[in-house]
Design a binder for this molecule. Structure first.
Ligand SMILES: [Zn+2]
Length: 275
């Protein structure tokens, strides 16, 4: 599942390529989207903006139509110049939104639908989301309270629960708890107030640090790989995620790895550094 920072970057990059420009090309292999396009064409509309809401990406078109996509595990949006060769095959294409300068292609997105802008707030997938950890005006105390409201849940599972707060995915779940020195299997009730606060603050910091300004040289561009260690070496970007059995970067203890939670997502942690 892409993390909040990935979606945020994707939204920003798409915004730079699409916003304020008239749509000159729209294609889709999804019948429900095609039907909307047949009835009220997307071409000719202007993209008002692109934004991330939790892990949902919303492309807002003039005339009150919004395209919601959710990337889940394998979906992605790419941006190309018209005529440029795609990095993925046409079989994986689900939606194309283009203007005279850029072509945005959604590959393998499992969720894509048109919504009415005025109905967005009532949409079940959007209204059940907790506050976005990347929101600049986030009420951190309120998020700590939402975490506290799940006392019997393991802290790693609570962090992944997008109804608690939106943004942390499976990679950051492990990284945040390593940075905080907290055992991922501890129930939320076993966290001190200071620890609960640190978990939320750290989640926010790591997500923010991975939101790189996509506008380099004025051209939309994807940010680099995710990093939590502040090291530039690409092989040393993460503390624990994906490092099962390898030595902890702080103490040398082998990193542990176990499936956790209802979805059996992998959790990585250092049994010595995290208590
Ligand atoms: Zn360690």
């Amino acid at each position: 599942m892409p993390e909040g920072d990935t979606i945020f970057r994707a939204a920003r990059t798409l915004h730079l390529a699409l916003a304020g420009r008239q749509v000159t090309r729209f294609e889709t292999v999804l019948p429900a989207l095609q039907r909307v396009h047949d009835d009220e064409p997307i071409t000719g509309r202007t993209v008002d903006g692109v934004r991330a809401v939790g892990k949902h990406l919303l492309i807002e078109f003039s005339g009150g139509l919004v395209l919601r996509t959710h990337m889940r595990m394998n979906g992605s949006w790419h941006i190309y110049r018209p005529g440029e060769r795609w990095q993925r095959g046409r079989a994986a294409m689900r939606v194309v939104v283009g203007n005279t300068e850029y072509v945005a292609v959604a590959f393998d997105v499992p969720v894509a639908e048109f919504l009415r802008a005025r109905a967005l707030d009532r949409h079940p997938a959007l209204s059940s989301l907790g506050p976005d950890l990347l929101a600049p005006d986030l009420d951190v105390d309120a998020v700590v309270g939402r975490l506290r409201a799940r006392p019997s849940t393991a802290v790693a599972d609570a962090l992944l629960d997008q109804r608690m707060a939106a943004g942390v995915g499976n990679v950051f779940k492990s990284e945040v708890l390593f940075v905080c020195g907290i055992d991922p299997f501890r129930p939320v009730s076993a966290l001190s107030d200071e620890e609960a606060r640190r978990v939320i603050d750290t989640s926010r910091e790591l997500l923010k640090a991975n939101v790189i300004d996509a506008a380099r040289n004025g051209a939309p561009e994807w940010g680099g790989g995710r990093r939590t260690t502040r090291r530039m070496d690409p092989s040393a970007r993460l503390w624990v995620y994906g490092r099962g059995g390898r030595p902890c970067r702080r103490c040398g203890t082998p990193i542990a790895c176990r499936k956790q939670g209802a979805d059996a997502r992998l959790t990585y942690w250092c049994p010595a550094c995290q208590k």
